[in-house]
Design a protein around this ligand. Sequence first.
Ligand code: AMP
Length: 193
Amino acid sequence: MIAILLGAPGVGKGTQAKLAAERNGWTHLSTGDLLRDEVGRGTELGRQADAVMKRGELVSDQLMVDLVAGRVARLAPGEVLLLDGFPRSLPQAQALEARAGGQRGARVGLALYFTAPDRVLTERLLGRGRADDTREVIARRLAVYRETTEPLVAHYRARGVLREIPADRAIEEIQKDLIRSVRELRTDPSSVS
Ligand code: AMP
């Protein structure tokens, strides 16, 4: 089963996904981490992605779908995959559904939508100190998020799989909501409304 983590940059979904995956034996796949690894190794993909990431823009849908498709194809029966940072656009969501649809157990069962006020997002991003976390790039990333990624909220709500998780709270409070949502779905696939 695939659970998507949606939300603005800085909302803390990566931290949450990593922790929940470690504690429950789930798989965590962060496309941002995959790209940073490619950049670090100086691969051709890394070189292409680096410039885009430094501007706060999105890497092309085709590259991203290729990067994630192999992992989705290898999903084991009963495996829970927390997808962190993908999909980030409607074409990516459609490509994921097309690929996951052909496989038993690989459907998108849940879209966890992490929310926090903009002020909190910017503070968290500035505090993180990553290369793409300067004030100017942060503003661009938030704008790109609103324009390209936020429409996915309506997309997954219409499919009946959206769960909102207020993320301006203590880490353990958020963990409880995340883990409960995934576990409920695993025992009763009809429970998400
Ligand atoms: P993240 O660590 O998820 O904030 O991702 C860091 C950067 O990687 C983003 O600002 C994008 O430039 C790029 N990126 C990560 N995931 C995707 C995706 N699914 N589509 C396009 N670009 C992505």
